[in-house]
Ligand binder design. Structure first.
Ligand SMILES: Nc1nc2c(ncn2[C@@H]2O[C@H](COP(=O)(O)OP(=O)(O)OP(=O)(O)O)[C@@H](O)[C@H]2O)c(=O)[nH]1
Ligand SMILES: [Mg+2]
Length: 501
């Protein structure tokens, strides 16, 4: 069907152009390659064989002295042949290589039978892996560009692994690459893409997760090279939000964010990927249906936008009623998993959901807090609102869709910014939260920084934070440390806010 001249990588067929491709399937192609050197086949040929899932690769090597060339001088002749095939249990090795064969040996075995047996074995193996791990089996790919330090890169990889786990997947392997700049078409280089494809085969992964955002075209190019579904960071975050959304408002905002994310990605390409075994997000319309589909999505987005507007108006009426009663409000903000909900529970003796998960909270919850004012010896009321956590590079579609929720933050009289001091990247997290607050359309009130989880932070970190942020509060929500001080600091915070406004 094809003659290729070049290196194994140059001549290989991308997975999605193969006649047969899918979990547990061989491609239906047998390849004969010549290698103009003696010795065993080059690994690049074997890698290409494995990535293309060839039925078999026969490598003919030229050696020795055989016959005379017409113009004189000796020429090599086909001396040894090798047969390489996929290893059906790829955790042990990706391929099996025969001992050197003569050309007579090479034609002896019954190929069809051997290939069928191999495919059956391979299929059994991938089916077994699916049963063994009944969650998405992910390979994480990280790309470290020049401006990202090693420590920060590691933090990003840890965070994406955490996100995959929260979304319900298992990370089977992590691969990374350092690059001066991203490859415009595929982010990673061609060699790395091959390595990812091979790794995906080895661990029997059904999902490749990138630690960054990808353009729709990059996703397409990567999928066609790797042959496994590729998702970017935003898609993982959206997936978590979709799983977490409980209330009508939450579901509405998540659906809007997902549609806005998907609109530019509606290309009909899903059909090609659905050959890889189907599943959620893999089915797509054909090109002809595409325009109709796009129009329908745009209509739905418009409708959801209107509903979010209504939600925004409703929330604002609720807040107005509260303002009438002259109760100052504080919104709790911070990086996801900082302990915002736990702190609100501890301060107000409530019982809202808090867990060691990213984005445990999606919908805002408001609780009243009474604080004894030491000067007047009177109780004063405040309302505290806990809301969705932030993350580094919060996807813009989410920012837009969650405007009704985020407005709780901009409309509050003051903010309590909670930081997890036991997290190695706490400084970076403060920066991310500050960046997001700055992007908000309306300026926020005064901010009190509260370092949480001081029971778990080490002494030197605590020292650094105290020096750098002398005006911050230091608390532990679970161990009840510093909460009395925090309560009176909150009172003073809203007093200053109201004095200003
Ligand atoms: N050791 C320790 N753990 C804490 C403290 N405060 C909260 N945690 C734990 O941190 C985890 C996250 O707490 P949450 O209150 O859900 O965090 P959150 O900021 O609301 O997170 P999201 O809603 O997911 O954005 C939970 O497992 C808490 O038990 C603390 O002071 N010390
Ligand atoms: Mg929470």
């Amino acid at each position: 069907m094809r003659v290729g001249v070049g290196t194994p990588r140059q001549t290989r067929i991308p997975p999605l152009d193969l006649p047969r491709y899918g979990p547990g399937r061989l491609s239906g192609i047998r390849c004969i390659a010549t290698q103009l050197q003696p010795g065993e086949p080059d690994t690049s040929a074997l890698t290409a064989m494995a990535v293309q899932r060839l039925d078999a690769l026969a490598v003919l090597t030229l050696t020795g002295t055989g016959f005379q060339r017409r113009g004189g001088g000796e020429a090599g002749y086909i001396d040894r042949a090798y047969i390489a095939q996929l290893e059906p249990h790829p955790t042990e090795a990706n391929w099996n290589l025969s001992p050197p064969l003569t050309l007579e040996n090479l034609t002896e075995p019954d190929f069809l039978e051997g290939v069928e047996a191999l495919e059956a074995e391979w299929q059994r193996y991938s089916a077994a892996r699916e049963v063994e791990i009944d969650r998405d089996r992910a390979v994480i790919v990280g790309v470290q560009t020049a401006e990202v330090s090693d420590v920060e890169f590691q933090n990003r990889l840890d965070e994406i692994a955490r996100l995959v786990d929260t979304a319900g997947g298992v990370t089977l392997q992590t691969l990374s690459q350092k690059r001066q700049r991203l490859h415009p078409q595929t982010v990673i280089g061609a060699g790395k893409a091959e390595e990812v494809a091979l790794a995906a085969q080895t661990v029997s992964a059904n999902l490749i997760v990138f630690d960054r955002d990808l353009s729709p075209a990059q996703v397409r190019n990567l999928e066609s090279r790797i042959g496994v579904r590729v998702v970017d960071r935003t898609e993982v975050i959206l997936d978590i939000f979709a799983q977490r959304a409980r209330t009508g408002a939450g579901k509405l905002q998540v659906e809007l964010a997902q549609l806005e994310y998907n609109l530019p990605r509606l290309t009909g390409f899903g059909q090609a990927m659905s050959r890889l075994g189907g599943g959620i997000g893999t089915r797509g319309p054909g090109e002809t249906q595409l325009e109709t589909e796009r129009r329908a999505v745009r209509r739905r987005i418009n409708r959801l936008q209107q509903e979010v507007d209504r939600l925004q108006a409703h929330r604002s009426r609720l807040r107005d009623r509260r303002v009438d009663r002259d109760v100052p409000s504080i919104a709790i903000v911070g990086y996801t998993n900082a302990g915002k909900s736990t702190l609100l529970n501890a301060l107000t003796e409530s019982n809202i959901y808090a867990a060691d998960q990213l984005f445990a909270t999606l919908d805002p919850t408001t609780r009243r807090l009474s604080v004894l004012d030491p000067e007047t010896e009177e109780y004063r009321s405040l309302v505290l609102t806990d809301t969705v956590g932030f993350i580094h590079e919060l996807p813009p579609t989410l920012m837009d869709a969650f405007r009704a929720t985020l407005e709780e933050v901009t409309e509050a009289d003051a903010l309590l910014h909670v930081v997890d001091l036991s997290h190695p990247a706490w400084e970076r997290q403060i920066q991310s939260v500050t960046d997001i607050l700055e992007e908000m359309p309306i300026a926020t009130g005064p901010v009190l920084l509260a370092f949480n989880k001081i029971d778990r932070a080490d002494g030197s970190t605590l020292e650094v934070a105290r020096q750098q942020y002398p005006r911050a509060a230091f608390v532990s929500a679970t161990e009840n440390l510093g909460l009395a001080t925090l309560r009176s600091r909150l009172l003073r915070l809203v007093e200053s806010a109201i004095a200003v406004s």
